[in-house]
Design a protein around this ligand. Structure first.
Ligand code: HEM
Length: 383
């Protein structure tokens, strides 16, 4: 279906159904004909973050962040993730007759983000920070009315409070400034000390906003994915049994207290195919916006500069042309080469997210991204 243009307020076009050429057009024209667009509320909350970088600055920052996703770093994260998952299982799940899976998945995911991004392990500090992030998230996508009592006002206050804490962490690190501290290299330390390819350090305000963004971005969609996978597994015992078998085989190959490593995560092919199938049927993110940088014509439609364009994963994910019997839960769709390019887009498919925590979802391979590691580690402990 060609994109339509609505002229109610500002012009808008919806890109959703045909992976090629619509999704391909939208995702491959980033920074050429269009650029990511986020609401004013997000702009006020993370003004100096990656979300609002364009052109060369965006590329340089993404290349800098990608340096943190090298195989050695991923190897280090797997150990941390498995340790956090074990601790979460021991303290929150074991021996309980009744557990609230969603809130526990949230707690696990947030603990992990705190460890990897800002090096915090203290449960009280993590809990306080999680509360502030909750308030921030509530006001993030709302109307940016900045006066006492509104969700946006509370969210801005929460963002300021988190920034203050991050600032004091920076000061503490400077004061201690031992080699060891810096070598631990959570995201915060990394951004403070690492030069980009032009030899420039990231200004402090950008470090603060990017770390805040990552804490928030890693949170919501990851929680929803973990919780939805648990829901589907509970509803489909035959799929659960197969996931359990794969996880048990991996567990049996390890010593009792030996943590998972990257090779183990790569063996979780069936588990990852299940996760992909869950994200196909229930995409954790509903899509996002772009704005036209210039006038252009697409499929005979004139798209004026300033138009908002929205893409959503739902329509392609349920299109029988790309996913036969789309309502059927079938992880084997992701075997081999997996779905055709631009058809499976839970993370979008542009350079914006292919170089971030998600990585291009070449579904045939085991999870290579941060997200893959998070899910893999969680499920090795859950099953
Ligand atoms: C199931 C889990 C996740 C899903 C479904 C998801 C989905 C998405 C989507 C749809 C976007 C917008 C893409 C676009 O506009 O082209 C996005 C942006 C982003 N995500 Fe995720 N995400 C997930 C997990 C994560 C994790 C674990 C991290 C970090 C560790 C992360 C960091 C980011 C960042 C920084 C952005 C903004 C990128 C930019 O616009 O420059 N996400 N994500």
């Amino acid at each position: 279906m060609p994109p339509r243009q609505y002229r109610l307020a500002k012009p808008q076009a919806r890109f959703s159904k045909n992976p090629d050429p619509e999704n391909k057009f939208l995702f491959s024209n980033e920074n050429k004909l269009l650029v990511a667009w986020w609401p004013d509320s997000a702009k006020k909350m993370f003004p100096h973050s990656l979300l609002f970088f364009t052109g060369d600055k965006a590329h340089r920052t993404r290349r800098l962040l990608m340096k943190l996703m090298k195989p050695d770093d991923l190897r280090r994260y797997v150990g941390i993730m498995d340790a956090v998952a074990r601790c979460n299982m021991r303290e929150e799940w074991e021996g309980k007759s009744d557990v609230k899976a969603f809130s526990l998945a949230k707690a696990y995911n947030f603990c992990l983000s705190c460890r990897i991004m800002i090096g915090i392990e203290d449960p009280d500090k993590i809990m306080k920070l999680m509360m502030k992030c909750k308030v921030l998230l509530k006001g993030l996508m709302g109307i940016p009315l900045d006066f006492p009592g509104t969700a946006f006002y509370k969210a801005m206050k929460a963002a300021e409070a988190i920034r203050r804490e991050l600032k004091s962490m920076i000061e503490e690190r400077r004061a201690v400034s031992s080699e060891k501290k810096m070598q631990e290299m959570d995201l915060l330390s990394w951004l403070l000390v690492t030069e980009d390819d032009e030899g420039e350090l990231m200004p402090k305000e950008e470090v603060l906003d990017n770390v805040l963004l990552y804490l928030i971005a890693a949170h919501e969609a990851g929680n929803a994915t973990l919780a939805m996978v648990m829901k589907y597994l509970a509803q489909m015992p035959h799929v659960y049994d197969e996931v359990l078998k794969e996880q048990t085989d991996i567990a049996m190959s390890k010593e009792d207290d030996q943590l998972l490593d990257l090779e183990d995560i790569k063996k979780m092919k069936f588990t990852w195919n299940v996760v992909c199938e869950v994200m196909r049927l229930s995409p954790p993110a509903q899509g996002s916006f772009r704005v036209a940088l210039t006038d252009f014509t697409y499929a005979g439609y004139h798209i004026p500069k300033g138009s908002k364009l929205v893409w959503t994963p739902h329509s392609t994910h349920r299109n029988p042309e790309w996913f036969p019997e789309p309502e059927k839960f079938d992880p084997s769709r992701f075997q081999g080469k997996g779905p055709a390019p631009y058809t499976f887009t839970p993370f979008g498919d542009s350079d914006r997210t292919n170089t971030d925590c998600h990585s291009r979802t070449s579904s045939s391979s085991a999870p290579p991204s941060i997200l893959g590691l998070v899910i893999g580690s969680a499920f090795s402990e859950l099953t």
